[in-house]
Ligand binder design. Structure first.
Ligand SMILES: [Zn+2]
Length: 504
């Protein structure tokens, strides 16, 4: 406490906590252990959890699983403690937490779940490898799934430390595309590095990018959450207790979750990530997607049931709810009444079940897995079967029956366009990223024309539309309205930002 108090008393503006982790590699008998196992930590664990401190790594033992949870709790309590301590000295001081944790096994190892840091810090900063090598279009889509996740860890814009490696041919073009991908999600690119993580990839371009961001910061930043009617719920428990820190996990949640984010981006459906600890938030959305949501507690069942009873539409895939909150297999789906089918009766078809005022769609297989393993973003040289990818997308739209609920934004073009929408008061920020023509050899999107149909909320009228192309200058833009939709037709090269000012 003294250290943080003294630091705050110097009058500094903020404190950056660099990766507050309780890291463990789960080596045999804690041999590769970083997280503390000292007398005090053992005592604290036993007092709080009421079970003996685990003496070895055993994912089948309850006290070990409690230890996994305990580490997250300790990390969060530490961040909260620092935040409270420094704000007692100066209420305006900012706490910035850096963590690269997302939906991967790395998060289990580090006991870091940044979705829970919103209320205990001012800002989270994320570090991510970035498209460091020559990459196919789906490597870029995988990169975007991290942006999706990271943008859910803060109340407002966040920062990302990311790298583009200099040793590859065409790195300058890749660097330019990379900047567009980050700004799409209202993030600040702190692209500090090349392969050494210390020098600058391209000084000239960085100056161009940062000057543009500074000039148009009001058009780029200061919005809040992504505006959407669709949320995707993240299950930290499934990541921890099903994958158990292993890449060769049978259910591979660490691939399923980003697989769903990639699939939705590919289909042009803007969405928001919601963490299981804030699951009540699903009530803000028309559609809640639970991809491979294997571990479900009784309490969570109640939240999900209420959501659907009150008119929500939920989509589950794979072995969702077949495990309890510690990853123990149940005899039947915990949500069998919602799915309308019990585990032993599941056949090779989709289950659609009306429940209360809402509906549940249960897809017994995993479209998210089909998608991510077909496009294999980890293999930049892979020749992807694009027809198969398209079929997986079309099947999912039809199976999930979410056309009508997600058509609040449609982008017609002859390319691949990723939309994102933000909202601030009566102002919408509609952004389109162009992936058309991106391949291993090419990071420059082909210029296309797009026609956007954006459904206006009840009683909302459009005052003006401002068009800001990536690295370009803004101008007032022509638009039409038709049957409650705003229609914009525009050229798109890297990324466009449309600021839509409305009134009632
Ligand atoms: Zn200790």
């Amino acid at each position: 406490r003294d250290v943080f108090t003294l630091l705050a008393e110097t009058g500094i503006d903020g404190i950056w906590l660099d990766v507050p982790f309780l890291r463990s590699d789960f080596g045999e008998n804690f041999k590769n252990e970083w997280a503390c196992t000292c007398k005090f930590c053992r005592e604290k664990f036993e007092e709080e959890e009421g079970v003996p401190f685990p003496d070895k790594v055993d994912w089948d033992k309850e006290n070990f699983k409690r230890y996994i949870q305990f580490r997250y709790k300790e990390t969060e309590e530490f961040i909260e403690f620092v935040n409270d301590t420094i704000k007692r000295v100066n209420p305006d001081i900012k706490l910035i937490v850096e963590t690269p944790a997302a939906f991967t096994l790395f998060s289990t190892k580090c006991a870091s779940n940044p979705l829970n840091y919103k209320s205990i810090s001012d800002l989270t900063v994320h570090e991510l490898g970035g498209p460091v090598r020559k990459s196919q279009i789906f490597s870029q889509l995988y990169f975007l799934s991290y942006m999706d996740f990271f943008s859910a860890t803060d109340k407002g814009p966040t920062w990302i430390l990311s790298y583009v490696f200099k040793k590859h041919k065409g790195f300058k073009e890749l660097y330019k595309l990379h900047g567009a991908e980050i700004v799409l999600f209202e993030m600040n690119p702190l692209t500090s590095g090349d392969e050494t993580m210390s020098s600058v990839v391209d000084e000239n371009f960085r100056k161009v990018l940062f000057s543009w961001m500074e000039k148009y910061k009001k058009d780029i930043f200061g919005f809040n959450k992504i505006y959407s009617k669709v949320c995707v719920v993240f299950s930290r428990k499934t990541l921890d207790f099903i994958d158990r820190g292993e890449y060769l996990s049978e259910y591979a949640y660490h691939d399923m979750f980003p697989g769903m984010l990639m699939l939705l981006n590919y289909l042009g459906i803007p969405h928001v990530v919601v963490g299981e600890d804030e699951m009540e938030d699903v009530n803000k959305y028309d559609v809640a997607i639970f991809p491979s949501f294997l571990c479900v507690s009784e309490k969570e069942r109640e939240v999900i049931e209420n959501y659907i009873r009150n008119g929500g539409k939920a989509i589950f895939t794979g072995y969702s709810s077949l495990f309890d909150e510690y990853g123990n297999k149940l005899n039947d789906f915990r949500l069998k009444d919602l799915f309308g089918v019990s585990f032993v009766r599941v056949g090779d078809r989709i289950y659609r079940n009306k429940y209360g005022d809402g509906e549940v769609i249960y897809i017994p297989w995993t479209p998210e897995g089909d998608f991510i393993y077909t496009v294999s973003p980890w293999y930049p040289d892979l020749k992807v079967d694009l027809k198969k990818v398209q079929r997986i997308g079309e099947d999912f739209l039809e199976d999930a029956g979410i056309h009508k609920l997600t058509d609040f934004i449609t982008v017609e073009s002859d390319g691949i366009v990723i939309p994102a929408i933000f909202k601030r008061g009566s102002v919408y920020s509609l952004r389109l990223l162009n992936f058309t023509g991106i391949s291993q050899e090419n990071s420059v999107p082909r210029r296309i024309n797009v026609r956007i149909k954006f459904k206006l909320e009840e009683g909302v009228k459009v005052k003006k539309v401002i068009f800001l192309p990536y690295l370009g200058d803004k101008e007032e833009f022509s638009f039409k309205t038709l049957d409650g939709f705003l229609i914009i037709e525009a050229p798109l090269s890297y990324m466009n930002i449309f600021t839509i000012c409305t009134f009632k």
